[in-house]
Design a protein around this ligand. Structure first.
Ligand SMILES: Nc1ncnc2c1ncn2[C@@H]1O[C@H](COP(=O)(O)OP(=O)(O)OP(=O)(O)O)[C@@H](O)[C@H]1O
Ligand SMILES: [Mg+2]
Length: 262
C-alpha cells in the first residue's frame, strides 16, 4: 500500500549496446501529478533504450535509477511488487513477457489480482478495464496471439492502467492505431492522466501525439537532450537541427500553429 507519493528518478544515465552508448548522460524524474513529459528523437536515437533503463529492464553503464530512493535493479519482493504495479511501462514491442496462448480475460484478471495484492485495486471489472481502451467484451476469450497490432496496443495500455499506476511510461503507444483510434486513445489517455494525476512519460517520434499529451518535450540526439520546450515551441521555432528535422514532418501542424500566432 502506498500513501506517500512515488518518485522514479534517473540520473547521469549512460546506456547502449556498443562502446558508443546511445544514451550519454541523461537525467529524468517522474512523479505522480507532475506535468506530462515527452521525449522525442529520430529512429534509432535511443528512446527505447532509455525507456528500458528507466524500467529496470536494461542495466545502464553508468548512472542511477531509483524508485522512492531505492535502486530499481535491487528491489526485492514487496518493494518490487509495489514498483511493478505503481510504475507501469507499455513497450514498443507488444506483449513482451506475456504468453500468446493466454486469453485477454486471463491477463486482465492477473493484473487486477496483482493490483488487489498491492492495495491498488480500482474496483473495476475486466469489461470496464477493456472499455477504457475501446475494446469490446467480445475480445474476452480471444488468445493474445490472435489479436491485431492495434488491438494488442490497446490491450497493453488497458493492462497498464488497470493497476492504477502513479507513473506511466509509454514507448510509441499509438504507432499501430489508425487515425480515428489514435484520436480516441490519446483523448482518453489525456483525460485519465489528468483525472488520476498520473505522472506520464511518452517516448515517441510523433510530435503530434506528444502535443496532445505532454506539457514539455525533450529532444534526444547524440546521446543527450539537445533541446527542451513545449510541443508548440518545438514545432514552430525549433532551434537544434535535430528538432528541425522532426518538426519538418508536421508541416500542417506548423502552419496551423503559425496562423494562430499571427
Ligand atoms: N538488443 C540490441 N542489441 C544491439 N543493439 C541494439 C539493441 N537494441 C537496440 N539497439 C541499437 O541501439 C540504438 C538505439 O535503439 P533504440 O531502440 O533505443 O532506438 P529508438 O530511438 O527507440 O528507435 P525507434 O524510434 O526506431 O523505436 C539503435 O542503433 C539500435 O539499433
Ligand atoms: Mg523505440
Amino acid at each position: 500500500m502506498s500513501s506517500k507519493q512515488s518518485v522514479l528518478s534517473a540520473s547521469g544515465i549512460v546506456a547502449g549496446y556498443t562502446s558508443r552508448p546511445s544514451i550519454n548522460g541523461v537525467s529524468v524524474e517522474l512523479s505522480k501529478g507532475a506535468p506530462a513529459l515527452g521525449i522525442t528523437g529520430a529512429s534509432g536515437v535511443g528512446k527505447t533504450t532509455l525507456a528500458n533503463v528507466l524500467y529496470g529492464q536494461l542495466k545502464p553503464a553508468a548512472g542511477r535509477v531509483t524508485f522512492d530512493g531505492a535502486a530499481v535493479s535491487k528491489l526485492r519482493l514487496g518493494a518490487k511488487k509495489r514498483f511493478q504495479t505503481t510504475v507501469r511501462k507499455v513497450g514498443q514491442n507488444g506483449f513482451f513477457g506475456l504468453d500468446g496462448e493466454s486469453t485477454v480475460r486471463r491477463v486482465v484478471e492477473d493484473d487486477l489480482k496483482a493490483a488487489r495484492k498491492a492495495g491498488r485495486a480500482s474496483g473495476e471489472s475486466v469489461e470496464q478495464i477493456l472499455d477504457t481502451m475501446f475494446l469490446e467484451p467480445r475480445f474476452l476469450d480471444r488468445r493474445l496471439r490472435t489479436l491485431s497490432g492495434g488491438e494488442r496496443q490497446r490491450l497493453t495500455l488497458a493492462l497498464a492502467l488497470s493497476t492504477r499506476p502513479e507513473i506511466l511510461i509509454l514507448d510509441e503507444p499509438t504507432t499501430a492505431l489508425d487515425p480515428t483510434l489514435k484520436d480516441k486513445v490519446s483523448a482518453r489517455l489525456r483525460d485519465l492522466i489528468a483525472e488520476r494525476e498520473i505522472g506520464l512519460l511518452v517516448f515517441s517520434h510523433d510530435l503530434d501525439l506528444l502535443a496532445r499529451l505532454c506539457a514539455q518535450v525533450h529532444v534526444l540526439a547524440e546521446g543527450t537532450f539537445v533541446e527542451t520546450g513545449t510541443p508548440r515551441d518545438l514545432l514552430v521555432s525549433p532551434q537544434h537541427p535535430a528538432t528541425r528535422d522532426i518538426a519538418e514532418a508536421y508541416p500542417e501542424a506548423v502552419r496551423a500553429l503559425r496562423a494562430v500566432q499571427e
